[in-house]
Unconditional design. Structure first.
Length: 101
């Protein structure tokens, strides 16, 4: 994991140098959640391809989040989960129709 403080100073706890990390990661997609006209939660997601020295590949996601929005997300996450579950069950009931009662 690479952690950065507000000054941009990196804390390397994996033993890799920034140059080694850069050689192993390839950016494959960037999604800018700040673009678009709607309000609400915003971030930038960067999907990266990691290829190990043994040839194994994995795609991961790096989310760049403003501290205030991170705090908002943490405070509202439980409500989000409840609403998501409610919507899932509504879709299941709609798909089954009246026959399952």
């Amino acid at each position: 994991m690479l952690l950065m403080d507000e000054a941009g100073t990196a804390d390397h706890d994996n033993g890799w140098s920034p140059a080694q990390i850069q050689q192993k990661l390839t950016v494959v997609r960037v999604k800018n959640g700040f673009s678009g006209g709607r309000g609400g939660y915003r971030d930038i997601k960067v999907n990266v391809l990691f290829v190990s020295d043994q040839g194994f590949a994995m795609i991961g996601e790096v989310a760049l989040v403003l501290a205030k929005l991170r705090d908002y997300k943490q405070a509202t996450h439980e409500l989000y989960e409840i609403l998501r579950e409610r919507e899932f069950f509504r879709q299941v009931v709609d798909a089954l129709g009246d026959d399952w009662l």
